[in-house]
Structure formats: structure tokens, C-alpha cells
Write a protein that binds this ligand. Structure first.
Ligand code: FEO
Length: 171
């Protein structure tokens, strides 16, 4: 059974994951209308992954005697400046999500809720992967800058990442 404090903290994380899904969906649209198919595919896949992160939390809260709340979400930006800016935003966002997961893990220890603590270890590992992937892509785009030919090749590289399923971590 979840304490009220843990239930509230998990519900806040549900909102963060849902908002992450919206942000990446908006990034997918911005890339797609400019013809960057690889980046768009990557962002669509990432958006789906965030929804999966959210659903996993929703099911856990309901199964543990809590009530998962589906709440109003903040609207994501619709423009992202440059691809470099966009991937920087993605990286910063993942660092923010990791911090939020760490805070949540800390609360489970304070509350001596070892079941939730155990459940959250999956998110701790997932965040290591997500940050590493975002950092890897950011390094690539930082090398390219805003060079058009470079961006075209970058888009193809990202398409390969999606094809290899790196952006689509299995549950
Ligand atoms: Fe669900 Fe990318 O954190």
C-alpha cells in the first residue's frame, strides 16, 4: 500500500513523463515539417517511449492501492530554434528527469517503501541510457553546427539509430 506522500510524488512523476512525451512529439513535428525524416522518427519513437514510462507508473500506482491521476499538461514549445538547440533542450530535459527520479528514490527511502524503491530502479537505469544517448547525439550535432550538408548526413545517422532500435528500449 502506498503512503499518501509516495502516491503524490509518483503522480508528479506521471505528469513529468506525460509532459516529456508531449515535448518530444512537438520536436518530431518541427523536424518533420522541415523534411528531417530521421530526426522526426527518432522523436516520435522517443515520445512513445515517454508514454510507456508514464503508463508503467500509472499501472504501478493503481496496483499498489493508490489512484493514478491524469492531469492537465503544460503545452510544449512549437519552435526549437536550431537542431543543435533542440538536442541541447532534449539533453537538459533528460538531466531534469533524472534529477526528479533521484528525488523520488530518496523519498522512498525516507518513507521506508522498499517495494517502490525497487520498482524505481528500472527508471534509474533507463535514465542512464537516455542521458548517454542524448549526450552522444548532442556531441555529433555540436561537431556539425548548422552546416546544411552536415545536417543531411546527421539526419541519416539518426535514422540508423532508430533502425537499430537504440531509441526504442525494450521494457
Ligand atoms: Fe522518461 Fe526520458 O525520461
Amino acid at each position: 500500500m502506498l503512503s499518501k506522500k509516495i502516491e503524490k510524488a509518483l503522480n508528479e512523476q506521471i505528469k513529468i513523463e506525460a509532459e516529456s512525451s508531449q515535448v518530444y512529439l512537438s520536436m518530431a513535428c518541427w523536424a518533420e515539417i522541415q523534411g528531417f525524416e530521421g530526426v522526426a522518427q527518432f522523436m516520435y519513437a522517443h515520445s512513445d517511449e515517454e508514454r510507456m514510462h508514464m503508463l508503467k507508473l500509472v499501472k504501478f500506482v493503481n496496483e499498489r492501492g493508490g489512484h493514478a491521476k491524469v492531469s492537465e499538461l503544460a503545452a510544449p514549445p512549437i519552435e526549437f530554434g536550431s537542431f543543435k538547440d533542440m538536442f541541447q533542450t532534449l539533453f537538459d530535459h533528460e538531466v531534469f528527469v533524472s534529477k526528479s527520479i533521484n528525488d523520488l528514490v530518496h523519498i522512498t527511502l525516507e518513507e521506508r517503501d522498499y517495494a517502490t524503491h525497487n520498482f524505481l530502479q528500472w527508471y534509474v537505469s533507463e535514465q542512464i541510457e537516455e542521458e548517454a544517448l542524448a549526450r552522444n547525439i548532442l556531441d555529433k550535432i555540436n561537431l556539425i553546427g548548422d552546416d546544411k550538408g552536415g545536417l543531411y548526413l546527421f539526419d541519416n545517422d539518426v535514422k540508423q539509430i532508430v533502425a537499430q532500435g537504440v531509441a526504442d528500449t525494450p521494457q
